[in-house]
Design a binder for this molecule. Structure first.
Ligand code: ITT
Length: 195
């Protein structure tokens, strides 16, 4: 079929994406170490995924796959959103970002703490064409962190279909069944199978 180079250097994502794409007959190349990372300057997930994918197509000549994820909290008008990775400042840890978000929701009741994770995956091809898919997971932001699985904001995000558990209280397998990223990947499989 074709060859894709992956924009992410995150080892968890590389393993997940490589398995799915190789099943579809795609040859997967890791991100070349000598290609510099692009600044994620867009104000949308789609824009940032496109910036990452386009830069890699230009550098390598291969089709490139990039993803971007954000947590959108209703009562905060969608923040942290596209700034999820650096919400507590440049170089912030997951714990710093969680603390920052909880501090902004101190007086907000549970029924007003609705939020969603969104993942956008973009494949950019050398001829300029694009495949863009997304996956979403609805839930609420808990008052305190719970659980030890996962990463990022998992310890405070309670999916609607989790029986009250946070994502960090679900095993990786359970999270993978419902997660925003796996939903985006499933939509990618459909889009690539139809193309
Ligand atoms: P790249 O190297 O691929 O750009 P990244 O660290 O920028 O990866 P993402 O764009 O996927 O990561 O995610 C942005 C932030 O959103 C990330 O730093 C996490 O804090 C959070 N996040 C992403 N996916 C998450 C998940 O499944 N559960 C909890 N938090 C998540």
């Amino acid at each position: 079929m074709s060859t894709f180079v992956l924009a992410t250097a995150n080892p968890h994502k590389v393993v997940e994406l490589r398995a799915v794409l190789e099943d579809l007959g795609v040859t997967v190349l890791d991100r070349p170490r000598d290609v510099p990372e692009v600044d994620e300057t867009s104000d949308s997930l789609e824009g940032n995924a496109l910036l990452k994918a386009r830069a890699l197509v230009e550098a390598t000549g291969y089709a490139a796959l990039a993803d971007d994820t954000g947590l959108f909290v209703d009562v905060l008008e969608g923040r942290p959103g596209v700034y999820s990775a650096r919400y507590a400042g440049e170089g912030a840890s997951d714990a710093d970002n969680v603390e920052q978000l909880l501090s902004e929701l101190v007086d907000v009741r549970l029924d007003e703490r609705g939020a969603r994770f969104v993942t956008v995956i973009t494949v950019a091809y050398p001829d300029g064409s694009l495949t863009v898919v997304r996956g979403e997971l609805e839930g609420v932001i808990d008052h305190h962190p719970r659980g030890h699985y996962g990463f990022g904001y998992d310890s405070i995000f309670v999916p609607l279909e989790s029986g009250g558990r946070t994502l960090a209280q679900m095993t990786p397998q359970e999270k993978n069944v419902i997660s925003h990223r796996s939903r985006a990947v499933r939509n990618l499989i459909v889009a690539l199978s139809n193309s």
